[in-house]
Design a protein around this ligand. Structure first.
Ligand code: ADP
Ligand code: MG
Length: 564
């Protein structure tokens, strides 16, 4: 502590660069402060520090296995965030002076670099704007941040004295139950489960928090109700969505997209109070949509789209500018390539000509390369074991191909399957449906050398995230705004670094193997493996294989060779 104080006294009012002398570690009594990276100036990205407690005094059951540990780390990260809000005065001085930040968790629980719980210590990774007056060191303010505020943050959020253990245990047990619940799905022949009482709608289009006022809790139709037992919570009931083709129908604004979106987030575990704690889907579920303008590289979309104008084959389809339908077809083929057992499709974000073609158009337009998705959903399940939940308000033809129909009225679901059968008897399918077989799309091998990490202004190679929805690779900015199941920016950062590592390693790698291997390495050694400064890895969260592949697939320069 004295050493830190002495250094601060010595560099007070010197040029900001003098802060460099702070790098190192300091014993502050009940914890150690590591200053891993010192920012160059007050306006640069903040300095990186770690707070490590002397011991881990928490009850060992809170972190006794990997699932519980990740949940407990998530819990503590949120306590750090709270403590910062309560303790740190915030901006004082120029640039980011005096700000203290921790990686901001979304509504889902993920392995993150922000927090490490070990049997003998707890460590939080933070970013601190070292205070400046103009461009000179403000030692007094720095002393307040480092020697008063940080210790208080640590006391409130990293020690058993500052944290409510009952709340922590509730957090951990909720996550453990959700995991368990998701694990039950295949054995029950289900692709998803929505608990009775779940709150699906969100606060707003811009907020993933639960809608507070006027939310109608979910209540399963009797016909789909499944009762289960969870290890911590005990009995739970809700709607089970079986494998096969499930149609979600209903009038506009009756909650269809909200239900589908909740299912798409069901691949992750949620924090207590989210409303979707017990809404789970198969962990490999992919929400697919149209994304015109995206680039496509060597994707086999032949199951969905036949020969294109000019005799272009679609087994190895590339374009720098996909149409609505070709982009949606590629999104499906790519999801199958990396592995999925559940596709989630919403009419709101689909290309109409991809979803359906009516009899008149079949008659008028003879040279139509697209086999609409409606012809594909059953074969996808029969041949490949891939189930679909599709939201359709306006296209009754889907009634012919659905194994069941969930009807939403005023946000309340009912089983409309029998009624749908009646309707199809009265209005029979106009054209007999062609049941055909589909084969999985051909795999691809990716040429690492086709990605140029560039030499930016400083001659460095770049592979980093820009917020939640973009990755910067050299001069290329990869647009991920249609990759809907990215939950938080930390995942995007991890995706960027994984791509950076793949490019650095070079060679030609088969997509699925590449992604699986990359994630296996990370799950063994931790996200910290992906680089950082000294002990501070930066802000990362674990992505899924589906999102890593999605990012690679959207690199415009990527070149592939078909798998042989
Ligand atoms: P649809 O896709 O059927 O047109 P949405 O899912 O977009 O409808 O929902 C329409 C509106 O209703 C949204 O603002 C959504 O937040 C809200 N909403 C959805 N489900 C519920 C619910 N269970 N309780 C209250 N509001 C809901
Ligand atoms: Mg909708």
């Amino acid at each position: 502590m004295r050493r830190l104080q002495a250094t601060l006294d010595r560099i007070d009012r010197k040029g900001y660069g003098a802060y460099r002398d702070l790098a190192g570690s300091y014993d502050l009594g009940s914890f150690t402060l590591f200053v891993d990276r010192v920012q160059r100036d007050p306006f640069a990205p903040p300095s990186l520090v770690r707070l490590r407690t002397e011991e881990n005094g928490f009850a060992p059951d809170l972190f006794e296995n990997p699932v519980r540990r990740v949940a407990f780390e998530d819990f503590l990260t949120r306590r750090v965030e709270e403590a910062i809000r309560g303790v740190v005065r915030g901006s004082r001085g120029s640039g980011g002076s005096g700000r203290v930040e921790v990686q901001r968790p979304s509504q889902v629980v993920l392995p993150r670099t922000a927090m490490v719980v070990k049997p003998d210590y707890v460590e939080a990774r933070l970013a601190v704007g070292l205070p400046a007056r103009g461009r000179t060191v403000d030692a007094r303010a720095a002393r307040t941040v480092l020697l008063e505020e940080l210790p208080e943050v640590a006391r409130r959020s990293l020690t058993p004295e500052g944290v409510r253990e009952g709340q922590a245990r509730g957090h951990v047990e909720t996550v453990e139950d959700a995991r368990y619940l998701r694990g039950l799905l295949p054995g029950l022949g289900l692709v998803a489960f929505v608990a009775d009482g779940a709150v699906l709608p969100r606060e707003s289009g811009a907020s993933d928090r639960p809608l507070r006022e006027g939310a109608v809790p979910f209540e399963s139709p009797e016909e789909f109700r499944v009762a289960l037992d969870l290890p911590n919570r005990g009995s739970l009931s809700g709607m089970g969505i079986p494998e096969g083709v499930t149609l979600v129908a209903g009038g506009g604004f009756h909650g269809k997209s909200t239900l589908l979106s909740a299912l798409s987030w069901g691949v992750y575990d949620h924090v207590p109070g989210d409303g979707r704690e017990y809404v789970v889907a198969r962990g490999d579920a992919v929400k697919v949509r149209a994304e015109d303008g995206r680039s496509i590289s060597g994707v086999d979309i032949s199951a969905m789209i036949g020969e294109l104008p000019g005799g272009r084959s679609t087994e190895d389809f590339s374009t720098p500018n996909a149409s609505g339908s070709t982009s949606q077809a590629a999104n499906i083929a790519e999801a199958l390539e990396v592995g999925t057992s559940l596709l989630l499709v919403d009419e709101d974000t689909s290309a109409t000509n991809f979803m359906i073609r009516d009899e008149r158009m079949r008659e008028l337009v003879r040279r139509e390369p697209i086999s609409p998705f409606i012809d594909l959903v059953r074969p996808l399940h029969r041949s490949l074991g891939v189930s679909t939940v599709v939201v359709v308000g306006g296209v009754g033809d889907y009634l012919d191909v659905a194994d069941r129909v969930i009807l939403l009225e005023d946000y309340a679901p009912s089983d409309a399957t029998p009624r749908a059968h009646e309707v199809t008897r009265v209005f029979p399918p106009r054209a007999p449906l062609a049941e055909r077989a589909v084969r999985p799309p051909r795999g691809r091998r990716i040429l690492a050398s086709s990605v140029d990490l560039g030499r930016g202004g400083r001659g460095r190679e770049t592979a980093r995230s820009r917020g939640l929805h973009a990755v910067e690779l050299g001069r290329e900015r990869v647009d991920l705004s249609s990759v809907e199941q990215l939950a938080e920016a930390g995942q995007t950062e991890a995706v960027a670094r994984l791509i950076g590592r793949f490019v650095a390693a070079g060679g030609v790698r088969e997509m699925r193997g590449l992604v699986e291997e990359a994630l296996a390495t990370v799950s063994k050694g931790g996200l910290g493996e992906l680089g950082g400064f000294r002990g501070h890895p930066g802000e990362m969260s674990l992505p899924r294989a589906q999102e890593v592949a999605a990012a690679i697939n959207r690199i415009r320069s990527i070149r592939v060779v078909p798998d042989t």
